[in-house]
Design a protein around this ligand. Sequence first.
Ligand SMILES: [Zn+2]
Ligand SMILES: [Zn+2]
Length: 366
Amino acid sequence: MKMKAAVLDGVGSKFEVREVDLDKPKTGELLVKVAASGLCASDLNAVDGKRKLVPFPAVIGHEAAGVVVEVGADTAGFTVGDHVIMSIVPNCGTCDYCQSGRPNYCSTAGNAMSVGGLFDGTSRLSQNGEKLNHFLTVASFAEYVVVPASGAVVIPKEMPLDRAALISCAVLTGYGAVMNTAKVKAGSRVAVFGCGGVGLNIVQGARMAGATTIIAVDVTDEKLELARTVGATHTINASTSDPVAEVKKIYGGVDYAFEALGRESTIQQAWGTVDVDGGLILVGLLKNGATLTLDAGPFVNEQYIKGCYFGSANLKKDVPELVKSYLNGHLFLDELISERIGLEGLNLAFDRLRAGEGARNVLVFD
Ligand SMILES: [Zn+2]
Ligand SMILES: [Zn+2]
């Protein structure tokens, strides 16, 4: 079928809206009409080349929700008309990682992503007969996508699709970092460095986990204000004060410090706020090949550092819980959408994301 997609020809180039071809779904795949796709830092990392995530030319976008319009063979549990969120953690079920209960590290999915394809390594996307690459098996800056069914989760129809899109990456990552990766305990002290889409969801995850002190750190007052809305009890503008000294002043230090920017300087600051027996959770993705220099002193106090991939999410468990939390008013998503744009608005919206403005820009289709 023919459809419109925003094609990116290479690192640093601009999105161009073009008519492209999308093949039918194969075994284990779904054809989904995209309703919404959030603009995430991982998309920006691909655009700017901070991380090598996909061969070019490519259709990127990965924080998506939509409506199933066709199902391939072996897609039990999905029917035409289902509303779904689509994630970057599909799993084959048979590789060593899947077999050992770590489907988020599925090597079949990893290999597919590295060649810009789906599970069989091939692409369903092309333009004038030339292959276009799928970004992280989602490629949702387009009117339609073909995705592996194992990365999709059916959601109830009363869940608005633009807000559901946020769940598929920013929320799963931030909330998951708190609940699954760090396992934040009620009554604890939390600091969050970086209050973009993921950071704000770490803040609200901490609120939902029952943390009593939630300190949000960012360099823009607008984001700190949003952090308060979703659950921060204290905010620190790091452009005008030293966040390490401020955090120590508030409660002596924290039990969990989350870094959501992927920058050495903020990781060092976050590490500096961790109290005895506390941990630093690295949620922001660092540039490929990056190294870190950290003060080794705190290790004697049993302080620890933990990595985090996609909030250690369990799709089948976390997505229904998060949808329920939104519908009953505990999870705030309306507040996180700063702007809704069309395909033509992607370039400007990425400029805003790069400048650190707003919370989440979301691409929406009528
Ligand atoms: Zn993302
Ligand atoms: Zn696998």
